[in-house]
Design a protein around this ligand. Structure first.
Ligand code: TMP
Length: 204
């Protein structure tokens, strides 16, 4: 899809620290006087925040396809209401999670078909793919320790689920190294930030 702005997504396992890094990057972009918005998936719209609540707190069993379609429903609204209008206005869009989360979590970890997910995602996003994706990679054990005891529905999945998410992300990065840049998220916050800035400066 044609657009004027620049679309960056931030991906990684729960506990990878990406949300902290987005906040730090926000300060840098303000000093650079960049025209940007920060948003998140799921939950980047009013409707999306209701879907997010279901996705993260519902205490019953959610069928894998139901989960997939809830994430895609959130994304359809998010792209139409927030992301595309901002990109069409020439803004930079920083989005906390997007398609690669769906591929890693619902595809690699839950076992849904990758090509089917890509087709459905293209349908609801009008084939909007990020220009750049930063993948915060971290060993599952360290990430789980960082999360601690207060866990949402996805964070409460077993360690082997999170291992599959990590493997999925790294596999996606291997297949699309132009778009997906892997960052070692096990380092200190400042060292991770230096890696982020190095990459951002090359693209922005
Ligand atoms: P977070 O916004 O706090 O990272 O939580 C979102 C959770 O939803 C996280 O565990 C990853 C998961 N998720 C999916 O399973 N599929 C998706 O498509 C997206 C966007 C997130």
């Amino acid at each position: 899809m044609k657009k004027d702005g620049f679309f960056i997504t931030f991906e990684g396992a729960d506990g990878s620290g990406k949300t902290t890094q987005i906040k730090m990057l926000e300060e840098y972009l303000v000093t650079q006087k960049k025209d940007f918005i920060i948003t998140r998936d799921p939950g980047g719209t009013k409707l999306g925040s209701k879907l997010r609540e279901i996705l993260l707190t519902y205490d019953g069993k959610i069928a894998p396809f139901c989960e997939l379609f809830l994430y895609l429903a959130d994304r359809a609204q998010h792209v139409d209401e927030v992301i595309m209008p901002a990109l069409n206005n020439g803004k930079m869009v920083l989005c906390d999670r997007y398609i690669d989360s769906t591929l890693a979590y619902q595809g690699y970890a839950r076992g849904l078909n990758i090509d089917e997910i890509i087709n459905l995602n293209n349908l609801v996003t009008h084939s909007l793919i990020p220009d750049l994706t930063l993948l915060f990679d971290i060993e599952t054990g360290i990430a789980m320790k960082r999360i601690g005891d207060k866990k949402d529905r996805l964070e409460s999945e077993a360690a082997h689920f999170h291992e599959k998410v990590r493997f999925g992300y790294l596999d996606l990065a291997k297949k699309d190294p132009q778009r997906i840049k892997v960052i070692d998220a096990s380092m200190s916050i400042d060292d991770v930030y230096n890696q982020v800035i190095e990459i951002i400066k090359q693209f922005v």
